[in-house]
Design a protein around this ligand. Structure first.
Ligand SMILES: *[C@@H]1O[C@H](CO)[C@@H](O)[C@H](O)[C@H]1NC(C)=O
Ligand SMILES: *[C@@H]1O[C@H](CO)[C@@H](O)[C@H](O)[C@H]1NC(C)=O
Ligand SMILES: *[C@@H]1O[C@H](CO)[C@@H](O)[C@H](O)[C@H]1NC(C)=O
Length: 625
């Protein structure tokens, strides 16, 4: 059976979604290749009704492709305003072919140039150029996407009793909506299986059509990987798989991956138990536990992926496998750090901990801090982390725009899981390095109260739906062995205080304390799971949203370069061989060195396991293995 499957899949990859790209001034005109040969011009033509191979673009992995193999290409890589565009055979890593589509703008990735309608003319044959991004009308390119569901897919999902939303259904647009509204993707179908057996049937149905198959747990991926990150995927939505069973006898819980963090915290807490996880209650356990899972209990208990004892995984060939320290051990290693590339995890068995008897959330704020004071605040936190701070201490630094140029908002937020009365003694050595805060809120109470305060959202996620966002994020993980230099810290704060003051985005930065003395994250041997960045002191989350209220598209074009520059302020002031990383739960699909930053020294082993369990790359996602 496997051999006939392989034969089928060796045929060229079929993409079932095609996108036409229009100048905003005339939706009847289409971005068109003059021919399918290398060097052919890209120009304006009347849209051909029913589609034309020279107008049927697919947006995939940063490329805009035509004819299956040709890419939109910046001629000669010249950055000069007015340089005309061409099609050229796609080559991986060719930066002349990388584009960032955001709202209606199409930006040459890592450059400040955008796709531009030459002279604003929609005359047939007018060639298209690059020009410095201005956000102006000549740089607005609305797209229309038509997705077709292979009829064989619909038939086999139906035969297996799996409900699904298909393009054209009234439920489709809600089912295909991304949390990050910067992405508008058109899956071929969104399936809603109710069991691992149905997940397996759905995977087989997708594979039989040579499709990309992707799991969606909570749908919170910053780069819409729960929708596949590309058009035309079969999305296996796990939201009908929400069982949680708590086993008191061995302090484990079996959690289906359709569950979100808030609901899991409530269910475990009702039995006096807890696991480490992040603060957003709407995040699904699937991606969270597959890539990391940091929260303020992580210095005591590790990442979410560290507490997985076993998992049920649907493989690319439809097998329902168990993975643990004794069965399918390579797979067990891989799913703890890179699971979305290896299969669909339908449930995880996790070790639970007694919910702490008390928990105190602390939130201090300093408005309009100057550059010197804020730089000192980071440097002294870095030092404080190496003192003998207890594992029950979890914290992050927070930055936002100041109220005058040259200043930032600075905050310290975290939770203390020891006796409330001993928090002051733990924090005092750090607080005494800082001026008097402008605000402080100390919230002592029960463990579940701390989870609710930190979430700032309902824990019962069925009670209200979540507000979507339109944003871009980068991350940076700093090595404990090579802390940030004062030059890097000052450059970073100076950038936030100046560029951050004028930015037209709504931005924040969180500097999460992964490491420091007594951190359970760093105590795990590097090679015991696929998670590649055990030696991390801080994980920076750089986050910039559209400034609309609520934060809807369009996303400002300079939002990308704003965060690129912020990350670069640290990296360019650090040693050339600085062993920093990036965090997969804050994914960035614009990185050019993603494999190293995300998977580090584990990439080669991950690749070889991938070849064994998913040789046809069914679970193909941006920045995957
Ligand atoms: C363009 O793509 C659409 C959607 O996949 C397809 O229906 C249509 O046949 C394509 N047209 C051509 C000429 O390739
Ligand atoms: C915990 O107990 C359950 C039965 O209650 C069993 O199925 C499971 O394998 C046990 N897990 C571990 C890690 O021992
Ligand atoms: C499915 O793939 C797994 C992992 O490669 C392999 O162990 C198993 O034998 C395969 N099952 C079938 C039915 O081919």
């Amino acid at each position: 059976m496997l051999s006939s499957l392989s034969f089928l899949l060796l045929s060229p990859v079929l993409l079932s979604a095609a996108t036409s790209i229009h100048p905003s001034v005339n939706s009847a005109k289409c971005l068109t290749a003059a021919s399918n040969t290398d060097g052919a011009a890209v120009q304006i033509q009347d849209c051909v009704s029913g589609g034309s191979t020279s107008q049927n673009w697919t947006i995939s992995g940063g490329n805009l492709k035509l004819f299956g193999t040709k890419c939109l290409d910046v001629t000669g890589g010249s950055t000069t305003n007015g340089n005309k565009l061409q099609v050229w055979t796609c080559a991986s890593g060719n930066t002349n072919q990388l584009w960032t589509v955001s709202g209606n703008t199409i930006q040459w990735t890592s450059h400040s140039s955008c796709l531009d309608l030459t002279d604003g003319s929609v005359t047939n044959g007018n060639p298209i150029q690059i020009w410095a991004c201005s956000g102006g009308p000549n740089q607005q390119w609305p797209t229309t996407t038509s997705t077709t569901t292979p009829s064989g897919l619909q038939q086999s999902l139906t035969t297996n009793g799996i409900s699904a939303a298909y393009p054209g259904d009234s439920t489709y647009s809600a089912a295909a909506k991304a949390y990050n509204l910067r992405y508008t993707l058109s899956p071929a179908a969104v399936a809603f299986p109710t069991s691992a057996a149905q997940v397996a049937a759905a995977v087989k149905a997708g594979v039989a059509q040579n499709m990309q198959v992707v799991a969606r747990s909570g749908g919170h991926s910053y780069i819409a990987n729960g929708l596949g990150g590309n058009n035309g995927a079969l999305v296996v939505d796990l939201s009908k798989m929400k069982a949680i069973s708590i086993r008191a006898a061995n302090n484990t819980a079996l959690i289906e991956t359709g569950n979100r963090l808030g609901d899991i915290a409530l269910a475990l807490n009702a039995a006096g138990r807890a696991i480490p996880h992040g603060t957003c209650s709407y995040v699904g356990i699937g991606g969270h536990s597959g890539y990391g899972g940091f929260g303020f209990t992580s210095r005591a208990w590790g990442l979410t992926l560290d507490v997985i004892k076993s998992a049920t995984v649907v493989l690319a060939n439809g097998t329902i496998a168990t993975a643990s320290s004794t069965v399918n051990t390579d797979l067990f290693w891989a799913i703890r750090g890179a699971s979305p590339s290896f299969g669909i995890v339908t449930s995880v068995e996790v070790q639970t901990f007694p919910a702490p008897a008390s928990a105190t959330v602390f939130q201090y704020g300093w408005d309009n801090m100057d550059i010197t004071t804020a730089s000192n605040a980071i440097a002294s936190f870095q030092t404080f982390a190496t003192t003998n701070i207890p594992p029950e201490f979890g914290a992050e630094l927070v930055f936002g725009a100041g109220s005058s140029k040259g200043h930032v908002f600075f905050g310290l937020t975290g939770a203390w899981y020891g006796a409330a009365s001993s928090l002051d003694a733990t924090l005092a050595p750090y607080l005494k390095t800082l001026p008097t805060p402008s605000s402080s809120t100390i919230s002592p109470g029960s463990y579940i109260n701390s989870v609710a305060v930190l979430a700032g959202q309902p824990l019962n996620t069925a009670s209200a739906s979540e507000q979507a966002d339109t944003f871009y994020t980068k991350s940076l993980m700093t090595p404990s062995g090579s802390p940030m230099s004062s030059a890097a810290i000052t450059a970073f704060v100076t950038y936030m205080a100046n560029q951050g003051f004028t930015s037209d985005t709504a931005w924040f930065v969180e500097v999460e304390l992964f490491g420091g003395s007594n951190s359970a994250i760093n105590a795990v041997p590097l090679d015991s799971t696929a998670f590649a960045k055990r030696d991390t002191l801080f994980t920076f989350q750089l986050y910039a949203s559209s400034n609309n209220s609520p934060p809807t598209p369009p996303y400002p074009t300079d939002g990308f370069s704003f965060l690129d520059g912020m990350a670069a302020s640290i990296v360019s002031n650090s040693p050339a061989n600085w062993n920093y990383g990036a965090y997969l739960n804050y994914p960035d699909d614009r990185l050019t060195n993603a494999a190293t930053l995300y998977y580090g020294s584990h990439y080669a082993r991950l690749k070889s396991i991938k070849t064994a369990v998913d040789p046809l790359n069914v679970f193909r996602i941006p920045i995957g293995v």
